[in-house]
Ligand binder design. Structure first.
Ligand code: KG4
Ligand code: ZN
Length: 397
């Protein structure tokens, strides 16, 4: 089969992104317009502002992705767009634009689940590795038989600002299916990073800042115990047959524990002082934030991160044992975390379990992962019809 060029479009949260991916395995262009500056003053994403920013950015971002890829609208083989889950208004911008474009160009359109996109961010790079070295010599293009080295069953941890999910993934021919074997009962892991950063007046988004600051504190200073969740989810919608095999997460308690620590250890004054210092800087760098943190705050931050990492790693590996997983994938914004990556690598190595991450750039939201996830659907001829709509609560199956 000839090379297949798919234009991916992503607008589910606070990144307007477009990318061109060749045959599901090579990122030809990857443009991400981040709205961080817009949402920073609020310490979190404001949905209404996100939709407006997407509307402003979508046309130039797509144009840039085509230019960088040396492609034209006409030379594309298909378009792919995130249909959910995410913020409804934000999703609608990318979706309406992609639908109009596909209709005008008479090209096929593929609707992609954002979580499947995160999983394919890892697979994309696995496929790309597969391509070397023979394809260069032979000019062979991508076929459906990628990922030969991936051992099944695959357990995927999708861990981001909006999601903390464990999926058992299977592949039959070109089609991937997913079974939800665990998820957070309340806050997502990335949300906990962001909320703790907001509480401590560190800045937004919290994950990358806490990642950086943690290397300057003592991770053993504060103990945060996590509950093992064994009782079934009360929400019947979230029940999936064998509840005893589920591995659920809960991250709203740790935020409250950090707040309690702040109050009992008199950290309020230090937080207020940091707010004043950082308010005078137009755009504080991580080093500015570090300079505004005292040792007890840095110890608290490092201990919080250690607790989050230990919980994510131990629960994921327990689920891998429970389901006899042969490979673990870790993806989503929090997968960019340095400590999480090293902890996973060493704990999984002890169990002889391969663990794969996307590169840091593809861990956070991007459209290359959407175009990559669309490729197997393109091969299977699974195209969207004119009814395609955004689904804020879309489940992955
Ligand atoms: O995947 P993503 O870009 O968007 C969602 O789908 O949610 O993830 C964003 C989340 C934010 O909560 C951000 O704080 C977190 O990922 N994040 C990190 C790191 N980089 C981004 N969390 C921990 N450590 C990081 N280095
Ligand atoms: Zn995401």
């Amino acid at each position: 089969m000839d090379d297949v060029f798919i234009l991916g479009i992503e607008s589910s949260c606070d990144e307007t992104a477009a990318a061109v991916v060749r045959s599901g395995g090579e990122v030809v262009s990857n443009v991400v317009y981040s709205q961080i500056a817009t949402h920073q003053p609020y310490g979190g994403v404001v949905p209404e502002l996100a939709s407006r920013e997407h509307l402003r950015a979508i046309v130039p971002v797509v144009r840039k992705a085509l230019e960088d890829a040396h492609q034209t609208y006409e030379s594309l083989d298909a378009l792919a767009v995130t249909k959910g889950p995410g913020l409804a208004g934000a999703l609608l911008v990318g979706l309406s634009y992609a639908k109009a474009l596909a209709f005008a160009l008479e090209k096929p359109l593929i609707g992609v689940n954002h979580l499947e996109g995160h999983i394919h961010a890892v697979l994309l790079e696995e496929r790309r590795n597969d391509k070397h070295p023979n394809s260069r010599k032979t000019g062979a293009s991508w076929g459906p038989r990628y990922n030969r080295q991936l051992q099944f069953p695959v357990l995927a941890l999708v861990v981001s600002g909006g999601h903390t999910h464990l999926f058992l993934a299977e592949r039959q021919a070109d089609a991937w299916t997913y079974h939800d074997v665990g998820h957070t009962r309340d806050d997502a892991a990335g949300e906990a990073f962001d909320k703790v950063a907001k509480l401590l007046e560190l800045g937004y988004p919290g994950g990358p800042l806490i990642d950086f600051l943690s290397t300057h504190g003592d991770p053993r200073a504060v103990k945060f115990p996590f509950a093992q969740i064994k009782h079934p989810d009360r929400n019947p919608q979230n029940r999936h047959g064998k509840d005893e095999l589920r591995t659920d997460f809960s991250y709203s308690g740790i935020k409250t524990a950090v707040l309690r620590y702040v109050e009992t250890h008199d950290l309020r004054t230090s937080i207020a002082q940091r707010r004043r210092v950082l308010a005078h800087l137009a755009s504080p760098s991580p080093h500015d934030v570090l300079a505004a943190c005292d040792p007890p705050t840095l110890d608290l931050v490092a201990s919080f991160q250690r607790a989050m990492v230990n919980d994510l790693v131990s629960k994921t590996l327990a689920a891998a044992r429970e389901h006899d997983a042969a490979t673990v994938l870790v993806t989503g914004g929090v997968a960019a975390n340095s400590e999480l990556r090293t902890a996973f690598q060493s704990a999984a190595a002890e169990e002889g379990l391969p663990v794969h991450f996307p590169s840091r750039k593809l861990s956070t939201d991007n459209a290359a992962m959407i175009a990559a996830a669309a490729y197997p659907r393109f091969l299977a001829g699974e195209f969207a019809d004119s009814e395609l709509s955004a689904d804020a609560g879309l489940k992955l199956r």
